[in-house]
Design a protein around this ligand. Structure first.
Ligand SMILES: O=c1ccn([C@@H]2O[C@H](COP(=O)(O)OP(=O)(O)O[C@H]3O[C@H](CO)[C@@H](O)[C@H](O)[C@H]3O)[C@@H](O)[C@H]2O)c(=O)[nH]1
Length: 459
């Protein structure tokens, strides 16, 4: 009992699956190291998480805190995660969380954990942690290169403009092309640097938490992001801890849902490393023009492909999502699967040679772990910054987007895929990818990072 009291962590992730999942993965890793974890989220979000291993049930506790009933329900319509809510209403989800500080405080005060590990949204947790004498850690689900680009609390709080975001930042002391294009800078500026209905800008939230935290953790490692991790520590003047890449543990006996057996049979019939996997993560909402251009690009490329496509909101039926006749024309060599795909198991399959991704940090790590070449077509938030950092390291080929409106062409998609999939053209990319795959897939190395992190939490 005394042991559990000494090492207890409260997790406070933002209500988006691109955040809930990395917090969940970290919770599992900590529980496996004997740390008690209380994972706070709303009831529906907790129900939608994967089931944790049953032998961890005494260490990993899920704490359901419902959204406040006082919030005008028409804004969220019963949704509890960003995926359920139109983009312009997501600010109300932040407002809802701001109204949840009392139940969170009550819980923390009863539990008296050693650490609170939080996301970017609950700026009020800084005061709670101080008052209750609990240490606070900010866990960034973004890469270290992205956080270096955003900068320390000073620049985060400063008046800025989209103009500032289109060049690499002046505090970066080594060659780096990490920056937004014009249209991306404008979109990001509007979402993060302008006050929303909560009375705050998102960047003020990040600044308060980085300022108030005792340390910052990244899902990263020195082998991949050493220069950015060291620079971020210098910039914020407090411990920055890479927890490792949390590579997915693949069990040979792991069963994929039966409905996928035909797709895996199809994959099994393809030549080794011949198939391109296409995915756009859990958050991106693709327009009709974007989906169609990707489809035509795949068609032009002539490679076998497996596309995990979530039905866009503008389509009524799954099949409306694609250009007329696309499935028939590509039936011999391609498959489009609608809904949530077993991405890790697909990437692990020997027939997959490369991928076309949105450049979400989680998908990058998974793709590199399995040594698959990356073509990146970044769309929102940190994705354009991740793409530039990968290109700097010779680890990806980036699809060109128009600087003014972000549009891209089918020809360029096909060209990038050819470069990534054909040996002579993409030779350098393949060599770099193989080298990094050794690091990401080195489970002992990644385990050592987690061990060092746990040691830090225990001291
Ligand atoms: O059909 C699917 C789609 C996704 N995934 C999994 O979901 C995760 C997706 O993670 P990521 O690639 O990071 O994409 P998003 O969920 O879209 O990520 C959001 O959060 C990331 C940080 O975690 C940011 O880097 C991204 O920009 C932001 O969109 C990965 O583990 C995938 O394996 C599936 O298993 N099946």
């Amino acid at each position: 009992m005394a042991e559990s009291k000494t090492h207890h962590v409260v997790m406070l992730p933002w209500s988006a699956f691109g955040h809930l999942i990395p917090f969940f993965q970290l919770s599992i890793a900590l529980a496996k190291s004997g740390i008690h974890v209380s994972f706070i989220s709303t009831p529906k979000n907790i129900q939608r998480l994967p089931k944790p291993p049953s032998d961890l049930s005494h260490l990993l506790h899920f704490v359901e805190i419902p959204l406040p009933s006082s919030l005008d329900s028409s804004h969220l319509s019963g949704g509890e995660a960003t995926v359920d809510i139109p983009f312009d209403k997501i600010q109300y989800l932040k407002l809802a969380w701001d109204q949840m500080q009392n139940p969170v405080k009550e819980f923390v005060s009863t539990l008296q954990p050693n650490w609170i590990i939080c996301d970017f949204h609950p700026h009020w947790i800084v005061e709670i942690a101080k008052e209750l004498h609990v240490k606070l850690m900010y866990y960034s689900v973004y890469s270290a290169s992205t956080m270096v680009f955003f900068g320390p609390p000073g620049p985060l709080r400063a008046e800025t403009s989209p103009e500032v975001l289109i060049s690499p930042r002046e505090w970066v002391t080594f060659p780096s092309s990490v920056a937004y294009q014009r249209n991306e800078a404008i979109a990001f500026y509007q979402g993060a640097y302008i006050e929303n209905v909560t009375g705050l800008r998102d960047m003020d939230r990040v600044a308060s938490i980085v300022d108030g935290a005792n340390a910052v953790a990244f899902r990263s490692c020195y082998e991949m992001e050493g220069e950015y991790l060291n620079l971020y520590q210098e910039l914020i003047g407090k411990p920055v801890i890479p927890i490792g890449l949390l590579p997915p543990e693949m069990s040979e006996r792991r069963l994929v849902d039966e409905s996928w057996s035909k797709t895996f049979e199809w994959l099994g019939a393809q030549a080794t490393k011949s198939v391109v996997f296409v995915g756009f993560g859990s958050e991106c909402k693709l327009s009709k023009e974007q989906v169609f251009e990707i489809a035509y690009g795949l068609e032009l490329s002539e490679f076998p492909f497996l596309w995990a496509l979530r039905k866009p909101s503008w389509a009524i039926h799954d099949q409306d999502s694609l250009p007329l006749g696309f499935c028939e024309r590509t039936a011999e060599r391609g498959k489009v699967c609608f809904g949530w795909a077993p991405q890790k198991e697909i990437l692990a399959h020997k027939s997959i040679g490369g991928s076309l991704f949105h450049s979400g940090w989680g998908s990058i790590i998974e793709t590199l772990m399995f040594g698959r070449t990356l073509v990146v077509l970044p769309l929102i938030v940190d994705q354009p910054l991740n793409a530039k950092a990968l290109v700097d390291k010779g680890l990806a080929i980036e699809v060109k987007r128009n600087d003014e409106d972000g549009s891209f062409s089918r020809d360029d998609i096909a060209k990038c895929l050819r470069e990534a999939m054909i040996l002579e053209e993409g030779d350098k990319l393949r060599i770099n990818t193989r080298e990094v795959a050794k690091v990401v897939g080195d489970l002992k190395l990644q385990h050592d990072y987690m061990e060092a992190f746990v040691k830090f939490l225990r001291t």
